[in-house]
Design a protein around this ligand. Sequence first.
Ligand code: RAM
Length: 875
Amino acid sequence: MVLDELRCEYLVNPQGIDSAHPRLQWTVKSDTRGWMQAAYQILVASSEDLLAKGQADLWDSGKVVSDRSIQIEYGGQSLTSRQRCCWKVKVWPVSAGKEDVSPSPWSAPAHWSMGLLEPGDWRGQWIGNEESVTAARMLRQEFDVTKRVVRATVYFSGLGLSELYLNGRKVGDHVLSPALSEYPKRVYYVTHDVTAQIKRGRNALGAWLGNGRCTPRAEWLQRFGFPKLQLQLEVDYADGLRDTLVSDATWKLTTAGPILANDEYDGEQYDARKEMPGWAEPGFADSAWQPAQVVAGPGGTLSAEMIEPSRVTETLKPISVNEISPGVFIFDMGQNMVGWCRLAVRGPAGSEVTLRHAERLKSDGSLDVANLRTAKATDIYTLKGKGREIHEPRFTYHGFRYVEVKGFPGRPTLASIEGCVVHNDMAVAGAFVCSHPTINRIYRNIVWGVSGNYHGIPTDCPQRDERHGWLGDRAAESKGESYLFNLAALYAKWTRDMADSQRENGSIPDVCPTSYQPQFCFDDVTWPATAIIIPGALLDQYGDRALIARQYPSLVRWIDHMRGYIADGLMPQDKFGDWCVPPGNPGTAPAVMATCYFYHCLKLMTRYATLLGKPDDAQRFAALAEQLKSAMNEKLYHRDQGFYDHGSQTSCLLPLAFDLVPAQERPRVFGHLAKEITESTQGHVGMGLVGGQWLNRVLTDGGRPDIAFRLATNTTYPSLGYMAERGATTIWELWNGDTAGPEMNSDNHVMLVGDLVIWLYECLAGIRADPAEPGFKHILMQPHPVGDLKFVRASHRSPYGLIRSEWRREGDKFKWQISVPPNTTATVSIPARDPASLRVDGKPFERVPGVTFLGREADRVVLKVAAGNYRFTVR
Ligand code: RAM
């Protein structure tokens, strides 16, 4: 059989898994047209040796007749804490409709290891000191290793943020770890294999504890207390015995180290003169340190952090530096970025360099920090005076483009600072470029904005004193993000935060995990609805059915809690309206927003209940949905005018998007929407972030992709292109960010992206997952050559492999090249009036293997194609 590559993939970071049924997947690379999998076999062994010998002591799946290659649940021996699992897979292809007798060779082996699964596995205690200090806590412990080590693993959680050192070297490359969670319910720990870092003889562990959300800021402190550490190091010896070292009162602690102050929002102050060389190495004299206190834990279950960690993913060089007054230098990073600066400096001991960060400059060239509210975003470094000093902070991050440097000994140059870009390090999932420069520029701004807001959760913004997981910003917008990055794990984690944050009565807060303000719980619909919308998107994009099962009970509780608010058949609960409508445009009534969204949630719940085999639930949700639909059309629809309520853009959009409009009325409502946009707002958006998350798709499905194209390419106010014209390198919180006051006015919010990224990939490039065969097992490919677009080149790394769509218009010709990954099929809808004008790989389609004619639709020819690469030409 022809098989270029068979690759085992694991959905997430494979260290310290805490699911009893880890899910495995693999991809096949093959140029063979129509490559499909007929069967697979998985072997899982407890060691690489056994696996190599084919002795699958944990699981031999046997030959499973199935075309599934993603989301395969481990089905072997029950897995225990710390279990090492080595696995490989082989597959049998379908050939000529029949099963090929010969399977592929075995894949290269892959591994995962289990975390600490039982609460009783944790033998240590939470330690820290219950004292209000701004300084970072430092903790240390020494231990002996007297025998040959075969494996050493450390499991730890240091709240709010932590870094661990072993024998003087940092363990791993994570920063700002662990991920934020609903601490009273769940606390994440991280796992590192430290076998290579342990040595025979005396060893030392050193931990830094930063404040994170365990900050001495009063409101936070009340909820989460002071920083604390729970740690367990397990050293397995060649003789089969194990030593376990845990966090307890025998550890030593000090707050007299160099990090004098640290705060996620305010920044970090570091005095290099207070460094303690060797503190994380054996033999350090720690007699001045105090014993660590055993402290109360945060309350939540320790769970393995199974998302991509935050890392420094790239560094930026400043593009200019300007001395605006004696000794005050403004650096321009050329990009609104998220992270911090690495400072390189030389000078006398005690010199203090202050770096302040901001997104904007005032007209006189000085820093404008008004939109940061109380966040000070200031890092201070005091030199030790020993040659070239390089420093970057540990327990803060900033959203900034400009940096003000003061107190620098001598004159700083462009080489004096470097921007460290920090976010969860997800794999890039797509590429998009087209012939329109405005769209390309906006796309770039979106990628920067979206990635900069991944900090263990998707945050609303990275710069001011907020940085919360506001649900409503990401309702449908998050699906677009999945075309940019592999979000399967991060968003699954965030939905778990939502369930963890849910109240006893079923209410889901608008901010998850809840922050210092548990009162962000309003029982509105549009924000919490995200808890229901995201699992459906992850199902479509990644085929993640298990997530639906996991979240389902929490979602049912929310629905049952909220349905109690229904009055007169309508859902009245709303809090934020169509947040961030361009000023001057009409808002949308609470009952329209809430009823539409609740209806949509009920339809999704019907889908989930059906998927999980719960027909009674499905029926109950469907029936309630029908009631809302009738009430909405009876009470809020104006048959004489053809629109709902006052006819705002969003009040037309939502009923169309969620299919609430009676079929015969659809053209009128759609007509009203199109007219509102083309006339009242003259080809511009007249809606906020709620409407915007459905806008471009509704326009395109209704036959007006030209309006969506106009919105996407506008450079006049209000539009994303306008922001870019005004110099934005990310996406603003407000359409009128340039003229509005600073209090609620961030330059880096993703919510106004709406469904633009979805539209670029699904409608312009035409790459979409078929919900009936999720995870891109079957792909719906329908490009829209719209406006004066000359070409689109896009690709998406789906769970089955790379999907490609590249089209170009040349004179009266339309040329389209696609790649359909092995083990998938696609329905392709080609803009061609006449099938005779179509060539596939230079031939009439009837003569091309793998191609089946499905029919004609308006101005299109619809084909079903097997896996492979195709060239379509339409004259
Ligand atoms: C602001 C946030 C967020 C939005 C809420 C309603 O505080 O920045 O983006 O969801 O308001």
